[in-house]
Design a protein around this ligand. Structure first.
Ligand code: GLN
Length: 198
């Protein structure tokens, strides 16, 4: 299995490290040609406006959309924003997931925080999630197949899956807990490219 991490900006190195620790071949992706032989892709946290601007400049928007129509992508934090269909403002988005997202949803007072999350599929123990200027999912299109995997105590949606697409509002690569990386690898293993093309 070969998994790419979009390496335009943000904390792609940490994701590469986590994947390699799990025995997966992981590569930094900066060019459309590199998508060809990947089984899945992670879009890391960082700054979604910068990631969008660079992806546009490097001609990656359409190749990434085609990739995500058929193969698994996981967006964390800025990556979640980049995957969303709508964020209520104008910046380049892949629009692959039927979710609305509010950027910087927690405001300045709570720039970053940690939460012990119950994540569906990871019931053995809570996931220690780190939120850094994090987004929140404000709407999910359930008829389109979006499932909610985790909420904050106040109900705020912070992890969702839609078929072969996964999005988390928090950083999953900074704590050493590799269960979400493991979940994504399992999604890739179970994925049947021909059946999921849309
Ligand atoms: N606030 C950032 C954005 O809007 C996301 C922060 C992050 O990825 N940690 O893109």
């Amino acid at each position: 299995m070969k998994v790419g991490v979009l390496a335009l900006q943000g904390d792609f190195r940490e994701h590469i490290r986590m994947l390699r620790r799990l025995g997966v071949t992981a590569v930094e992706v900066r060019q459309a040609e590199q998508l060809a032989d990947l089984d899945g892709l992670i879009i890391p946290g960082g700054e979604s406006t910068t990631i969008g601007k660079l992806a546009t400049q490097f001609g990656l928007m359409e190749p990434l959309r085609r990739f995500g129509a058929e193969r698994p992508i996981w967006g964390t934090c800025a990556g979640m924003i980049f995957l969303a269909r709508d964020i209520g403002r104008d910046q380049p988005l892949l629009g692959l997931m039927d979710i609305s997202v509010n950027r910087n949803a927690f405001g300045r007072q709570v720039d970053s925080f940690e939460a012990a999350l119950e994540v569906s599929g990871l019931e053995d123990q809570p996931f220690k999630a780190i939120f850094i200027r994090a987004p929140l999912v404000t709407e999910v299109d359930e008829p389109a197949g979006v499932e909610i995997l985790a909420r904050l105590e106040d109900g705020g949606i912070v992890a969702v899956r839609q078929g072969h697409l996964l999005a988390t509002a928090f950083h999953t690569e900074l704590t050493g807990d590799d269960r979400l990386h493991h979940m994504f690898i399992e999604m890739i293993q179970k994925h049947q490219p021909t059946a999921a093309a849309s």
